[in-house]
Design a protein around this ligand. Structure first.
Ligand code: FEO
Length: 210
C-alpha cells in the first residue's frame, strides 16, 4: 500500500515509537535472569512503565482519532462497527494488573518461577496481538480517515496526537514512579534541568506541563 502523506498520517509516527518499546521490552525479557530477584523486579518496573505508555497511546487514539471518526461516520449515517470496537479488549489492563501482582513479594522461588512463566506467555500473546493491531490501524483506519476527513482536518488531528504523545510520556513516567512508590525518583524527574536558567527554560522543555 502506498504510504500516506506524512503530515496527515496519524498512526505511523506514534507506532514507530510503540514498536521501539516492544523491541526494548522483548530484549529485556530475554536478557533477564528470572531467579535473581533484583533483576526480576527491575524488569517488572520497566514493563509496568512501558505498558502504561502503550495504554496512554490507546487513550490518545480514542480521544483524538477513533471518537472523531465515529462521530463523522454517524453524522453521515455510515455503519462501521470496527471503529467502536478497535480498543475494546482488556488485555492491556490485564497486563498491568499482572505486573502489579508481580511487584509484590513472592512467598518462595517456586512461586516466582511460576509467575515468570505466566508473565512470558502473556506478554508474548499481548505482543502477537499488538503488532497486527497497529497494522490494522494503519491499513484500515487511516484510509477511512482519508475518505471522511479533509486534508486540513487530518493535519490538525495529527498535530494534536503528536503533541499529546510528547507531553503524556513525561506525565506517565512521573505517575508510574509514584504508583510504584519510587517517590525520590519521581521528585527528581520533576525538577528542572540543572542548566535551566529559571522557569522560562523549564517551560520550554515541557517540564512546566507537569
Ligand atoms: Fe495505535 Fe491502537 O494502537
Amino acid at each position: 500500500m502506498a504510504p500516506f502523506p506524512e503530515e496527515v498520517d496519524v498512526f505511523s509516527a506514534p507506532h514507530w515509537r510503540m514498536k521501539k518499546l516492544v523491541n526494548l521490552y522483548s530484549e529485556k525479557l530475554s536478557n533477564t535472569n528470572f531467579s535473581n530477584s533484583r533483576d526480576f523486579q527491575a524488569l517488572l518496573t520497566s514493563l509496568y512503565a512501558t505498558l502504561h505508555r502503550v495504554k496512554s497511546h490507546e487513550q490518545i487514539e480514542n480521544e483524538y482519532i477513533m471518537d472523531e471518526l465515529q462521530l463523522r461516520l454517524r453524522a453521515l449515517s455510515v455503519r462501521n462497527s470496527s471503529v467502536s470496537n478497535v480498543h475494546s479488549d482488556n488485555k492491556l489492563s490485564d497486563m498491568l494488573s499482572l505486573f502489579e501482582k508481580g511487584l509484590k513479594n513472592f512467598k518462595n522461588e517456586y512461586e516466582q518461577l511460576n509467575y515468570s512463566r505466566q508473565l512470558k506467555e502473556k506478554l508474548d500473546a499481548f505482543t502477537r496481538d499488538f503488532i497486527p493491531h497497529m497494522k490494522e490501524e494503519e491499513e484500515v483506519f487511516q484510509p477511512l480517515l482519508m475518505e471522511y476527513f479533509t486534508y486540513e482536518e487530518l493535519k490538525d488531528i495529527k498535530m494534536k496526537v503528536i503533541a499529546r504523545h510528547c507531553t503524556q510520556g513525561r506525565v506517565d513516567t512521573v505517575e508510574v514512579l509514584k504508583e510504584l512508590h519510587l517517590w525520590n525518583q519521581a521528585e527528581e524527574f520533576q525538577k528542572p534541568p540543572k542548566n535551566a536558567p529559571g522557569k522560562r527554560a523549564a517551560k520550554g522543555t515541557g517540564r512546566g506541563l507537569l
